[in-house]
Design a protein around this ligand. Structure first.
Ligand SMILES: [Cu+2]
Length: 143
């Protein structure tokens, strides 16, 4: 009897954990990232599907400009040393003026992709975030 109870409890734990993970990680083709008090929100990584266009709305609620740059560690290293005060024409590099919104569309490769505001001092202050890009089953992509 005791053994059966343990097995049921374990099974319930697995089911509950499965639900919680599924709800948090449900990928979306549209995400909104808010800039407030020089931080990105949400603070937890968002999950998006790989290989399809993702529409990203960037909402700056601060009275100062920010930028949203997504890329590889090498690209971020280049931007840390970069001197471009304004970014335009590249979907992965967006400047957002105070109290303004910008929208960009990107199809990502699977993996984790860091995004950072590289204006002086902003990354050190904590203006960083992460996108989790998940390979999806073909039937999910077709919906
Ligand atoms: Cu910033």
């Amino acid at each position: 009897m005791r053994r059966r109870f343990t097995a049921l409890a374990l099974l319930a734990g697995v089911v509950l954990e499965g639900c919680a993970t599924g709800a948090a990680a449900e990928p979306s083709r549209e995400v909104t990232i808010t800039f407030r008090y020089s931080r990105f929100a949400p603070a937890t990584p968002m999950t998006v599907p790989a290989g399809v266009p993702i529409t990203i709305t960037l909402r700056n609620e601060d009275p100062i400009a920010h930028e949203w740059i997504v890329g590889s560690p090498d690209e971020h290293a280049a931007h840390r040393a970069g001197t471009e005060p304004h970014h335009e024409g590249r979907p992965t590099e967006i400047s957002v003026p105070p109290f303004a919104s910008r929208t960009t569309t990107i199809a990502f490769a699977p993996g984790t992709h860091a995004f950072i505001c590289h204006l002086p001092g902003h990354e050190a202050y904590g203006m960083t975030g992460m996108l989790t890009v998940r390979e999806m089953a073909r039937h999910w992509i077709a919906r």
